[in-house]
Design a protein around this ligand. Sequence first.
Ligand SMILES: *[C@@H]1O[C@H](CO)[C@@H](O)[C@H](O)[C@H]1NC(C)=O
Length: 248
Amino acid sequence: MNPAYTILSALLISLLFVSPDPIGAARLTDRAHSRQSTAIQQPQSVRVAVFALGSFWRSESAFGCLPGVVRTSVGYAGGSKTNPEYRNPGDHAECVKVEYDPRKIQYSELLDVFWASHDSRQVFGQGPDVGNQYRSIIFTNGTVEVRLAAASKEREQAKSRSSVVTTKIQPLAAFYPAEAEHQKFELKRRPLLLQLIGNLPEEELLASTLATKLNAYAGGLCAPHMQKRIYSKIGDVLRNGWPVLREI
Ligand SMILES: *[C@@H]1O[C@H](CO)[C@@H](O)[C@H](O)[C@H]1NC(C)=O
């Protein structure tokens, strides 16, 4: 590598740490941006699963790190109000839309994560988040999903009969994407991570598999071995050269 380039990289890395808005950020962003675009991969067949399990900030993190999940986004579904908003969701529930490659992960595995990631027995809420918009729902598309969802709910209920699993299973009708500030919420709270992937414009951030994984990492909801792997990868990138994270 050209020595001037190396010095410039080192300078940019140091700026990354000393200033929340480094002078080098614009240049860094352009360069990272052009590289990142090629990293967005589109598997041939992507399926969609939608779940409501409490606050969609956390829900998005819960699914983002799974192998085979291509991307996640958050929105509102399950109600009748048109154009729901965060402060005014009407009768909708906050939910996560999971796009996945069925060759790598099965719908039934997503259901397992759904059950493991929330308390399906709490009525209209999760922990301190209380309200109708935090209710638990599996949105289905087609009879196969209905059958798998119903069977998984029965298994969940069978674990204990002392309280009722409140989860509803209902066909997915309209999904309203949530406002930009709620997408990749955990990642957006970590400016350094955003910068590491090149401060992507909003629409690329939404489409990026890498951002999806990092959002889960930022929420602390990757599997422990993945949390560790991503942590050390970030460390490597910061130590060794051009500070752009392209894959994990
Ligand atoms: C249901 O799945 C099919 C493909 O299997 C898709 O074309 C359709 O858009 C889906 N419906 C909804 C409401 O997402």
